[in-house]
Design a protein around this ligand. Structure first.
Ligand SMILES: C[S@@+](CC[C@H](N)C(=O)[O-])C[C@H]1O[C@@H](n2cnc3c(N)ncnc32)[C@H](O)[C@@H]1O
Ligand SMILES: [Zn+2]
Length: 957
């Protein structure tokens, strides 16, 4: 949002306080959302909640650039520009390209005329120009950029690409290793392909030799690569082995084609037969989709058909009363390619050897004995299946395999240390360790087997730690997708990052590991902070990463002695809302509430700490995800309390353009930027003397309205929701200037109230701008809310929080009206508006036969809500036709009812044209009913109107 000057006179505006090319950046974010071709940093190691490069790049650049940079300047710097010259603004170019993306013949890169942003960095000349601009603005020096919760380092990597002094802090040692590999070694150690390949091959050779006996080959022609595994318990009825798998596929090509393992009890014991569908057997005769285990966990014995209940299965497994079982073996052929077979005796002998080895080798017996928290938010599930130490999440053979690779690494470690300077040897070891640790992701009892691809999936995919009934026991030496491939991918990613940073004449980033609430950074020493904080309970980073931590600790504790001092990751300092940390509290206290409060306190400490390290005049840009606006209140409050002045907010939406559906939101994860500045002098008076809300209220409204007007008048492409959120910045700014704010009872007024005010004020502006219907304000609150929702969101389903807020703005509580009016219902946590057909009783049915769930009775002569009148009319028109509807309208004197007319008129304008209610509204306003109603408007006018709106570009992006 554009704010002209900061109130604190000495604060010179930054680009992030002006207009930003949000649409183009949103489009670029979406382009990054391609699982087959992700930014290299994502292949290094699993991590959670990584931000897209374009959003991070925009946040970094706009937080250092002075205001006055145009959208074109910013996009050009961001490398979002075609190689050939164009004569329209870049943002428009990107939007045009997006709208024709589906019709392209070549790659995305060819279509847009430039690669995706993560693939390119600014050249030296561009960096130099940028640096000179930045030095002018920042009193001679380049600004330092800090990310205090850096995760895998997406944000600081962007800062390094632009040659800026960069600091990255992270609490968790797992991503901290990644930070070194992304932000330090590419600059301090440079290219390492040859070295890492050499050591990697050596490790693979040593480990392969050691592991051979556990993966017996069929002669030399078949090497087992994956044992598709499950468990068996003894059937309580017939005493046979009962496999606990839900699927019997080894490879599923379609629902009726593929390779499967069919249980066979003809010898009185369980064995499997390899069958091909449909050649050997059809799906009707044997459906591998219906394994013994059902969804809920009840398991039916294939031999005697008696069902063992889920609770019984679980308790047996928990008590260790189960056996390891191999459904099938995937193998690689010496001639190339792979195949599937069922297991034989040799395969079990190989496994038994691993069991014996673990029992007899003390090093293995005592490996990874760190405890799994039994009551953890994410670890109680594995604990419930009897996993008590981290070693338990591996089969004995998985454990031996991972162990031998680690041992092979240990064998070459000293040679690596001797042969290279410190930085380089550290870099080589870190990359090798990441490969060792990453094997865990697809080689554990928590990693599901992907029956369609014939590979294990990663255990991190589901953001949960769930024991799998069907998993794979991998042979990491067997080639395809195993150790050397994993290493190669990590190395390839590292090499790319080295390439990205080759143009930057900058020092490596300074990497800190610790609590963001206690940074080892001097006060007033950082110009720009860009932070993407953890968010309440959305991801339990620490709990989820212990499984990797325990391995990386084995590999690296002597290389990075400061990183791996603890047994497990630090759950206590982590800023997440984790109820399991409060399990000891008294019965009547809500753990969830305590956890939320704990999170809020921690975030407040983090903001205060950031405030301390930022230099006066500096900036902090916070990245949130869009759907999380409901918690703005708390976060903005702690931000204001820590001393920051809020100056701007920006939504980077990634909604797909030309969206015409009225149903789903069609949007990907969107990012929201909230900008705070540290004033030159703290205005103590401002912070100590409360201001009356009644004095501030009109100012906040005015600020929000002006902001919205500016945006509508600009040729800027924004959705209506975006306009509302963009107006929050100026609103919060006014609020923050008057902070603390109290009401006439001397009670604190939270920022939420200002935001509600802003939302409502901007909605009015939008209604004035886009609705021709007069008298909307005179309608009842419910009808008004319904119309405004359609106006603002343009679709039937939208976020509960936003709809709720909009309701507060017009004086209704959506929860209070839900039951009586049936005007909306919940749909996966969202609000879904109901149309007339869901709300009006069937007039053709006798009253006693009508559904009691529909509130509007079309026989009534008067109605509670204006919307009920129009919905009832639509229904009558629909089921009884035009002429009956004319009579119906006359009987109720709707020709002289202004609320009926304004509602109809408004609906005609706000409903999407592919929605059935719009068609009925049009019929009512166009047919003979039009004359009865004495309408002074026609639906055609609105069709044109809405097209015009689209051309203006405000409507549908
Ligand atoms: C949303 S993620 C950051 C993701 C990152 N922007 C990326 O793209 O990879 C938040 C991070 O904050 C870290 N974190 C949680 N509590 C912390 C604390 N008290 N101090 C520092 N970092 C913390 C988590 O470990 C997690 O990596
Ligand atoms: Zn049985």
């Amino acid at each position: 949002m554009n704010n002209n000057t900061n109130s604190n006179k000495d604060l010179k505006d930054l680009a992030i306080e002006g207009k930003l090319p949000l649409k183009a950046v949103g489009i670029e974010n979406l382009k990054e959302d391609n699982p087959k071709h992700m930014p290299p940093n994502r292949y290094l190691f699993p991590w959670y909640a990584r931000r897209p490069t374009p959003a991070a790049r925009l946040a970094v650049l706009a937080s250092v650039l002075p205001s006055g940079a145009s959208s074109d300047d910013i996009l050009d710097l961001m490398q979002i520009k075609p190689r050939s010259g164009i004569d329209i603004p870049l943002e428009e170019y990107v939007i045009n390209k997006k709208s024709t993306e589906g019709e392209r013949s070549g790659t995305l890169g060819e279509h847009y005329g430039y690669p995706r942003p993560f693939e390119s960095s600014p050249d030296r000349k561009q960096q130099q120009e940028l640096h000179s601009k930045l030095r002018d603005f920042w009193n001679g020096d380049l600004p330092t950029v800090l990310d205090p919760t850096a995760g895998s380092g997406v944000i600081p990597l962007e800062s390094l690409r632009y040659g800026l002094p960069t600091k990255a802090n992270e609490l968790n040692p797992v991503p901290s290793v990644m930070l070194k590999v992304v932000l330090d070694y590419p600059i301090s150690a440079g290219h390492l392909r040859q070295e890492v390949e050499q050591w990697g091959s050596k490790i693979d050779e040593i480990a392969t030799e050691e592991l051979q006996e556990y993966y017996p080959s069929q002669g030399n022609s078949q090497t087992p690569s994956h044992y598709i595994s499950t468990y068996t318990i003894t059937c309580p009825n017939c005493g046979c082995d009962l496999p606990l798998t839900s699927k019997l596929w080894l490879l599923k090509r379609s629902s009726s084609e593929g390779i499967a393992a069919r249980p066979d009890y003809s010898d009185g014991e369980l064995s499997f037969e390899r069958v091909e569908l449909p050649d050997d057997v059809t799906k009707q005769e044997f459906n591998p989709q219906d394994g013994p285990r059902s969804r809920g966990g009840n398991t039916e014995c294939p031999n005697c058909e008696v069902v063992t209940e889920s609770s019984e299965v679980k308790s047996r497994v928990k008590d260790g009363e189960y056996e390891y079982n191999i459904l099938g073996v995937k193998y690689t052929k010496s001639s190339g390619g792979s195949g599937y077979r069922v297991a034989n005796k040799e395969d079990y002998i190989g496994y038994e050897k691993a069991v014996d080895r673990v029992e007899s080798d003390f090093n293995l017996f005592s490996l990874l004995t760190q405890k799994i928290a039994q009551n953890g938010q994410k670890t109680s599930e594995p604990a419930g299946y009897g996993f008590s130490e981290w070693r338990d999440v591996f089969t004995d053979r998985q454990l031996v395999a991972l162990y031998e690779y680690w041992q092979a690494f240990e064998q070459v470690k000293d040679q690596i240390k001797e042969q290279y300077p410190q930085e380089k040897s550290e870099a080589i070891m870190a990359i090798l360790a990441l490969a060792g640790g990453k094997m865990v992701d697809r080689n554990s009892r928590l990693s599901p087997y992907d029956i369609q691809r014939g590979y294990p999936k990663d255990l991190t995919g589901a953001k949960n730690l769930s024991p799998q009934w069907q998993f794979t026991d991998n042979n990491p030496s067997s080639g395809n997708q195993q150790y050397l491939d994993i290493l190669d991918r990590i190395l390839g990613s590292y090499e790319k990052i080295v390439g990205y940073l080759e143009n930057s004449e900058t020092e490596p980033a300074e990497i800190l590991t610790g609590d963001a609430a206690d940074l080892n950074i001097e006060e007033n020493s950082v110009e720009s902070v860009v932070v993407d904080p953890p968010y309440y309970s959305s991801i339990m980073y620490a709990e989820l990463s212990d499984i990797f931590y325990v391995w990386l600790k084995q590999y690296l504790d002597d290389v990075f002695p400061d990183l791996f001092t603890e047994e497990l990751t630090d759950k206590d300092s982590e800023a997440v809302a984790n109820p399991s940390r409060f399990s000891d509290v008294a019965e009547n206290t809500s753990k969830k509430d305590l956890a939320r409060r704990d999170y809020e306190d921690k975030m407040s400490d983090i903001f205060s700490e950031i405030y301390r390290v930022v230099e006066p005049g500096g900036v902090m840009t916070v990245m949130f995800t869009h759907k999380e606006t409901d918690a703005w209140d708390t976060l903005t409050k702690s931000l204001i309390n820590s001393g920051f002045t809020i100056t701007a907010t920006h939504p980077i939406t990634s909604e797909r353009p030309n969206r015409t559906d009225t149903q789903g939101s069609g949007s990907a994860d969107s990012t929201l930027l909230l900008v705070g500045r540290k004033p030159h002098q703290t205005d103590e008076k401002r912070r100590s003397t409360p201001t009356l809300w009644s004095d501030v209220k009109h100012k906040t409204r005015a600020a929000a309205k002006n902001a919205a007007r500016d945006l509508i008048d600009s040729s800027f492409n924004l959705t209506k929701t975006d306009i509302i959120i963009s107006a929050f910045g100026p609103t919060l700014r006014v609020f923050a200037e008057s902070y603390p704010v109290v009401d006439d009872q001397d009670e604190d007024v939270p920022p939420r109230q200002a935001l509600e005010e802003a939302r409502e004020a901007v909605t009015r502006v939008l209604a004035e701008e886009y609705l021709e219907a007069e008298g909307i304000d005179d309608l009842d609150g419910v009808t008004e809310w319904y119309i405004l929702c359609w106006l603002v969101y343009g679709k039937q389903t939208f976020s509960y929080d936003e709809g709720h807020q909009l309701g507060l703005g017009v004086g209704i509580d959506v929860d209070d009206i839900k039951r009586n009016t049936k005007i909306w219902r919940r749909s996966s946590g969202d609000i879904k508006l109901r149309g007339y057909s869901d709300r009006v009783q069937n007039i053709n049915e006798k009253p006693e036969n009508r559904s009691s769930r529909t509130p509007v009775n079309p026989d009534d002569l008067s109605f509670g809500l204006a919307l009920d009148k129009v919905h009832a009319a639509m229904h009558v028109y629909d089921v009884q036709g035009e002429s009956a509807c004319c009579d119906w309208l006359r009987e109720r004197n709707f020709d002289s009812d202004s609320t009926f007319k304004s509602t109809l008129k408004a609906l005609l304008q706000v409903l999407p044209h592919d929605y059935e209610d719009w068609e009925l509204a049009r019929d009512l306003a166009a047919g003979r009913t039009r004359d009865v109603l004495d309408l002074d408007f026609s639906p055609n006018v609105f069709a044109e109107d809405s097209e015009q709106t689209q051309q203006k570009g405000i409507d549908d992006y």
